[in-house]
Each structure stands twice: as C-alpha cells, then as structure tokens.
Design a protein around this ligand. Structure first.
Ligand code: AMP
Length: 280
C-alpha cells in the first residue's frame, strides 16, 4: 500500500493510473476502522479498481466539539487492516492539507429538505461539513466509483445529491451495513462503549427489527411511539425513531402499503450517540 499525505502527490499519481486505463474506487473514512469499513474496500477490489481509502477526521462535520475530541483514533491498527485487505492507496491528509484556506468561507450546498430532517435536524451544519469534505476529496481523488455504507443512510442520500449538484462524474455504490453477530451495527463509536453498554446498544437493532416486523398499512404513530418508549425505558436518550419513505426520507405517519419504507434511529447511550437504520 502506498501512503500519501499531500493532495497534489496523490492526484498526480492517480491521474497517471487513469491515463493507463485503470479505474479508481474510493472509500472515504474517519478511521478507527472495523470490518464494516473493510467490506467497502473489498467491494472496490472486487470491481478490479485501484482502491483508495482516506482517513480524515473532518472537523467541519462535527457539530459537537466533545464528539470531535473523543473520536477514536487507531491509525497503526488501521494501516495494518488496510494492508491485510489489499487496499492499494491510503490518503492521510492533515487539516491544513484538506482546508488550506480554512473553512470560514466555505461554500454552502443546497441540500433542501434532506438537511432539515432526522440527522439534519439534530446535527445542524453536519451535512454541509460532509459535503465540504467529500467535494474536496473528490477533487483530489478522481474516483470512478465511490463506496459508501448504508449504515449512514441519510449521508448516502446527501452525497448522491452533492454529486448531482456539482456534476461529479463518480458512480455511487451503497453497501450493506455490517453487524456484529448480535445484530449491533458496527461503528467506530462502539469502541467508546463498555462491554455492558454494547449489550444495551443492541436494543437499537431490536427496536428497528420490531418496527420491521410490525409495520402494517395504516396509521404508524402508535407503533413509532412504542419504539421510542422501548428505547427510552432501556436507558437511551432518544433523538428520533422514525419511519420514512426510503426514496426521499419523507416522514410517514400513514402508510399506503405500497411505498418502500426505512426505519431510522438515533439515540444517546451515555455520551455516545448511535445511529442505525433498517429497510422495512
Ligand atoms: P466513517 O468512518 O464512520 O465516516 O464511515 C466511513 C464509511 O464507512 C461510510 O460510508 C460509512 O457509512 C461506512 N460504514 C460505517 N459503518 C459501517 C458498517 N457497519 N457497515 C458498512 N459500512 C459502514
């Protein structure tokens, strides 16, 4: 694996490979890698692309300074895991390399409704920060294919919108959420949970499964309220549990039985904020 820290160097190297007819698959991450991240590298490798992973904890997308300060970092282990997975390139930039002019005058992306609901509502500015970093990364890394995890369902929709808005010639692939055998969605933030609270965290998966098994055409508000009560009684501080249209994230209170739905959840367990989702 080749490690690049400078934007100009990796761009020059990748452009040369593209000229030689190679396809580039890109997997942006914030590190503290787990098998969920590695599954994205594997998807890119399966497509026969040069696989590029970036590790950058993007300050612009943290609306909570404490969350940024406590974000786990395991860089030596990450490099090992990437080598083992056969990743070709790691891009490991500094903040000044990513944002040489700072982020004070950053552009605003017109994300519309997507930015006003669910994660957008509870993490103001978060998706602007996500767009800023992904746009910059895609300027540096001329990716043919971008691999994202369904774990961050709304983020996938935001990045699809970014690619449309900016006419970026990159195909987006959404890969399934990898879970522990218990069902708990793998997440870098799980490292901040004790063994005991990892067991408790499983309640999110159980609640989403409950919604999946009990959604019927008609009114869904009582079902959603039961789900919120279940998580609250299990010791969570719930931000939201919602059932939404899987295509546009419109909140669904009355289901016609035809539209495709997704159940989404965000809740704090102590200081750790966890998110998960399930297609119904
Ligand atoms: P992050 O490092 O959390 O920014 O995530 C980097 C990428 O990995 C994003 O596209 C995530 O959606 C994806 N990802 C995170 N957790 C999982 C998981 N459990 N399964 C599959 N993909 C994941």
């Amino acid at each position: 694996m080749i490690l690049f820290k400078k934007a100009a160097d990796i761009t020059a190297w990748l452009l040369k490979s593209k000229t030689a007819g190679k396809k580039i698959g890109f997997i942006p991450t914030m590190g503290a890698l787990h098998p969920g991240h590695i599954s994205l590298i594997k998807a890119s490798k399966k497509a026969g692309s040069i696989s590029v992973c970036s590790i950058f904890v993007n300050p612009a997308q943290f609306n909570d300074a404490k969350d940024f300060d406590n974000y786990p970092s395991t860089i030596e282990k990450d490099i090992d895991a990437l080598e083992k997975a056969g990743c070709d390139i790691l891009f490991l930039p500094s903040v000044s390399e990513m944002y040489p002019a700072g982020t004070g005058n950053a552009k605003t992306y017109n994300l519309g409704y997507l930015e006003t609901v669910l994660e957008g509502k509870y993490r103001p500015g978060h998706f602007q920060g996500v767009c800023l970093v992904v746009h910059r990364l895609l300027n540096i890394i001329p990716a043919d294919d971008l691999y994202l995890g369904q774990k961050d369902y709304q983020q996938c929709m935001v990045i699809k919108k970014l690619v449309e808005l900016e006419n970026i010639n990159t195909t987006i692939h959404i890969c399934p959420t990898l879970r522990e055998t218990s069902g708990l969605a793998m997440s870098s933030r799980n490292m901040r949970l004790t063994e005991e609270s990892q067991k408790q965290a499983l309640k999110i998966f159980e609640t989403l499964s409950y919604l999946k098994n009990n959604s019927k055409p008609g009114n869904l508000t009582a079902l959603k309220q039961t789900a919120i009560d279940n998580l609250t009684n299990a010791g969570f501080k719930v931000n939201y549990i919602e059932i939404a249209d899987a295509g546009n994230l419109d909140i669904i209170n009355h289901w016609d039985g035809n539209s495709k739905l997704v159940a989404v959840a965000a809740a704090f367990l102590g200081e750790v904020r966890l998110i998960d989702n399930m297609l119904l």
